[in-house]
Design a protein around this ligand. Sequence first.
Ligand code: ZN
Length: 221
Amino acid sequence: MISRYLTDLTSLFFPRTCAGCDTPLVYGEKLICTSCWYHLPFTLLHNGTDNLSTGQCASFFSFLDSSRVQRIIYQLKYRNRPEIGSFLGEKYGILLCEIPPFNEADVIVPVPLHPIKLRKRGYNQSAFFALGLSHSMQKPLAERCLVRHRATPSQTTKNRYQRHENMEAAFRLNEAEAPVGKHVLLVDDVLTTGATLEACSTVLLMGGATQVNAVTIAKAL
Ligand SMILES: [Zn+2]
């Protein structure tokens, strides 16, 4: 009776369905079922890195039109499932440990959410992904290195230069955690235009970082 109750409680906190296809997980599967894991569009690391103007970027999945990836990201961001982020970070970190320049980084820094968004969501999904990476890559996490000090207004009416200016103004460095002399691994959930990563990279480099490389869960390019 009690164990039944505990099992129910566990499934309440850790839903026993796959984050990619919503089918029930079987014993031994965690968060994502074997079939989804097999079919996920993993980027091949040797050609799966994108060059931002500030450095190389690696993404775990190509977004393409994979409904599985979209569902997983949706659950992570909007369905109160931060554990998906740390799980994927742990997995990707195991691969990145072998790949320069990512394995040469000194510190891991997540892209921050605006405080209002953070309060609403309750967690920063990118910080959970960064936490998983930090764990499997055995590198320190500097979660408060970057600060987002205003919400980003709609980008759609602005040209590329204005968008860049607008983005850069949204981030600043927390001087207490300035990455002076450090090679930073900058972490975000999805790479879209690259504007966010470029803005954060600029702030980090101006704050004394020697190099910035980025890692995201998925890329939409
Ligand atoms: Zn599945």
